[in-house]
Design a protein around this ligand. Structure first.
Ligand code: PMP
Length: 322
């Protein structure tokens, strides 16, 4: 017998079995050139390094795994979701590798890059009307409900399903605590479904015995900041719905504060990150880092402010390269 057939398989510590194993453990980088003179550190967690390109890979995997385990998602059944993009990309990636077709209902406002990625990940795309209010049958969530009912599909319900903040509580929060050696004093995250801020923020508040302060970053035009609803230019965050219809996954007890940032500051921060730090991120990352810089300006060297950057500039090349 050839010796290789009887010896143990070689140990390959740098090899994983599927890209699902590459979700999470994203890097954190310190800002050096655009850090404020106050001496407070500003850190950015690069969620764009996930295999589907965003923080939403984490909840996508948890949503599917939990639903398979509970029996809510049967083998081979379709996954149906209304999303501005990243959750859809995460679900399409996870669905393909776990044997589920994926239908994504979008509001017609998604970047061409995200649409192209969804197609490459094999998702079926359905366009609905994002301007239609909560009671209107043409709004994306209502359309997704209808398609799921017609096809025996499973609605991942990312706005209400506890698996979404659960993924951030189990993974994103502990990662940040470990990566910063417990030195983080402020967490800044944008609010879309609320999953990131509620799960990560809750973990960090608990583990730090409430020493970590949690700040929500809100785009102009979104009602999360208390202002009136208007056009939201930053993709993936904010809501135009009244507080009575805010997602269950936004645990309003977690953020200490929600700060609204003007669009020119959010988009300007995307440019500064690229030009001065060679960090290429999307608009909602500019929003979170912009708020982090504002907060850090009023602190001192004892403080460590970490902003979650949900995705990278590759999702918005057309818009950002104009
Ligand atoms: N930024 C982008 C680009 C996103 O796609 C999302 C998810 N909607 C968020 C931020 C907000 O994350 P969350 O849904 O966890 O609040």
């Amino acid at each position: 017998m050839h010796p290789s057939t009887v010896s143990a398989p070689p140990v390959m510590p740098g090899v994983v079995d599927s890209v699902l194993d590459l979700i999470g453990e994203t890097p954190v980088v310190r800002l050096r050139r655009i850090a404020p003179p106050s001496g407070a550190q500003v850190l950015v967690k690069l969620e764009g390094r996930n295999p589907g390109g965003s923080a939403k890979d984490r909840p996508a995997l948890a949503l599917v795994r939990d639903a398979e385990a509970s029996g809510a998602l049967r083998p081979g059944a379709p996954i149906v979701e209304s999303t501005s993009g990243n959750t859809g990309i995460g679900l399409a990636l996870v669905g393909r590798l776990t044997g589920h077709p994926v239908v994504i209902v979008h509001g017609g406002t998604m970047s061409p890059e995200k649409l192209a990625l969804l197609r490459l990940h094999g998702a079926e795309l359905v366009e609905a009307d994002w301007t239609a209010g909560p009671e209107n049958p043409d709004n994306p969530r209502a359309v997704a409900d209808r398609i799921a009912a017609e096809r025996g599909g499973w609605r991942s319900q990312q706005y209400d399903n506890p698996s979404n903040p659960g993924a951030h509580y189990r993974f994103t929060g502990p990662e940040i605590w470990r990566q910063t050696g417990g030195a983080i004093t402020h967490l800044v995250a944008g609010i879309g479904t609320g999953g990131t801020i509620s799960g990560t923020g809750r973990y960090l508040r608990e583990v730090s015995e409430d020493r970590v302060r949690v700040i929500g970053a809100n785009p102009a035009g979104s009602t999360y900041g208390g202002g009136p609803a208007d056009v939201i230019r930053v993709e993936g965050v904010g809501t135009t719905w009244p507080a009575s219809h805010w997602p269950k996954n936004l645990d309003r007890g977690v953020p200490h504060e929600i700060r609204t940032l003007a669009d020119d500051v959010a988009f300007g921060t995307v440019r500064r990150l690229a030009e001065e730090e060679s960090i290429l991120v999307g608009p909602s990352s500019g929003l979170a880092v912009g708020v982090a810089l504002e907060i850090a300006a009023d602190l001192d060297e004892r403080h460590v402010v970490l902003a979650v950057a949900p995705d990278s500039a590759t999702n918005y090349l057309t818009e950002l390269s104009r």
